[in-house]
Design a protein around this ligand. Structure first.
Ligand code: HAM
Length: 419
């Protein structure tokens, strides 16, 4: 009987050699950028309490109401984290990070999980890098976060992005705006899509996020939040824009951008790319001044961003950007006979301790097959060892790209390879 074959779950991918190297280069860029912006790494568990996410992200959001991978064990309710901000805020409260003084500048890289319908750029397990700046209320913090995010894309060579910004205001601005939206959409409700009709009663701002065709013409004339901002919110938004201009960071305002998470206050932003198709957001974020308090911490204004790594890779591919160069081993030892294979095993540690990467044949193949393997693996050099070489203590060193061979002692071989 044929054995069952297994595969990854729908929307979850293996990352194979050849791709992993691109991720490593990106991770190095992220860590180096974090160092320059003086953000420190935080790592939180993949499982969180379901209630934290429900409260933090918002019961009525798609993420909480439809997309959580959640399960119970005994009394405990677990959820695979769908995003990083609520977990970081939880860690901030749990470990009293506020008491360390000043602002907390934290970044993270890791896997996140949402039970969405998979499509290009939308997986059920995806990866984000993100940063949270906690304990700062000024517009300079918002712009610092945006500059951090943008800097990473600049270093990868992705230069055709658009930064969209909006303000979702403070709670006072938002309740005035929600009422205006309700008053506008209510008389049109029989023309709205079914989902938007439902949102009209629960959270009319989510109608602005609708992708349904019949909602689009109705959205166009809807009231704009910028006309309902309180004085403080308006001033904050103006200051953010002024600072962005001062820093030569181009942006477009989008008064209908509301984002899919409920914790936002004031500034909201997204970085979009024309290379991603319908899932066009490379990343997004904003201010969330009430979240820390909402989950039991002290009043803590905060702002952050998160970006999808898979989407960044799609943009790289579309633009023909190769983040990493694949490289083969420095040395492949080609052996003839058992004695030579023993010599190779004994010799490799010395090569490795000098920083060289090396490998050999482990399958007892012919010299010809080993040379083919060395070529396939793109080895820089082959050291060819047989009985005669062992007797003479001199070995054949082949420069694989130039197809040149010399016979040298092991010491001279090392010198040649290392220069
Ligand atoms: P978000 O907009 O939900 O924000 O996600 C940020 C980015 O993660 C998206 O722009 C996208 O690139 C990527 N992403 C989200 N879902 C998926 C998916 N199913 N498949 C592939 N990529 C995905 C947040 O998560 C907030 N925590 C951002 C934030 C940080 N706000 C303040 N601080």
């Amino acid at each position: 009987m044929e054995k069952k074959k297994f595969a990854t779950h729908h929307g979850m991918s293996d990352l194979l050699p050849g791709e992993v190297e691109n991720w490593q280069v990106l991770e190095n860029i992220i860590r180096e950028t974090a160092r320059r912006f003086h953000f420190q790494e935080i790592r939180t568990p993949v499982l969180e309490q379901t209630e934290l996410i429900a409260r933090g992200v918002g019961q009525l959001t798609d993420i909480v109401s439809k997309e959580m991978f959640a399960f119970d064990r005994g009394e405990d309710r677990y959820v695979l984290r769908p995003e990083g901000t609520a977990p970081v805020a939880r860690a901030y409260v749990q470990h009293h990070l506020a008491q360390r003084g000043g602002t907390q500048r934290l970044f993270y890289i890791g896997p996140f999980f949402r039970a969405e319908r998979p499509q290009k750029g939308r997986q059920r397990q995806f990866h984000q890098f993100g940063a949270e700046l906690m304990g700062a209320s000024g517009a300079a913090a918002d712009v610092e976060i945006i500059a951090f995010m943008k800097s990473i894309y600049e270093q990868t060579g992705i230069d055709n992005t658009t930064l969209k910004i909006n303000s979702v205001g403070d709670p006072e601005s938002r309740s005035a705006y929600k009422k205006a939206l309700y008053d506008y959409f209510q008389p049109l409700s029989d023309k709205l899509s079914e989902i938007s009709r439902r949102r009209l009663e629960t959270n009319p701002m989510r109608i602005l996020d609708s992708k349904e065709e019949e909602d689009q013409p109705l959205k166009a004339d809807a009231p704009k939040i910028t006309d309902y901002l309180s004085k403080a919110s308006r001033e904050h938004y103006e200051e953010v824009r002024k600072l962005l201009e001062q820093m030569d960071i181009p942006y477009e305002t989008d008064p209908f951008m509301v984002r899919g998470l409920d914790y936002y206050t004031e500034t909201a932003f997204e970085l979009v790319s024309p290379d991603l198709g319908s899932q066009d957001a490379l990343g997004g974020g904003g201010r969330y001044d009430l979240l820390v308090e909402e989950i039991g911490g002290p009043p803590t204004p905060a702002v952050g961003f998160a970006c999808g790594i898979e989407r960044l890779m799609i943009a790289c591919e579309a633009l023909g950007i190769a983040l990493s160069e694949t490289s083969g081993p420095d040395v492949y030892i080609v052996t003839r006979g058992e004695e030579a294979a023993r010599w190779a095993v004994k010799t490799m540690p010395g090569l490795r301790s000098q920083g060289l990467s090396c490998t050999m044949d482990y399958a007892g193949r012919s010299i010809k097959a080993q040379m083919k393997d060395a070529n396939r693996q793109q080895a820089r050099y082959a050291i060819i060892v047989g009985e005669q070489e062992l007797q003479d203590n001199r070995y054949t060193l082949r420069n694989m790209s130039e197809s040149e061979e010399v016979t040298l002692s092991l010491d001279d071989i090392k010198k040649t390879i290392l220069t």
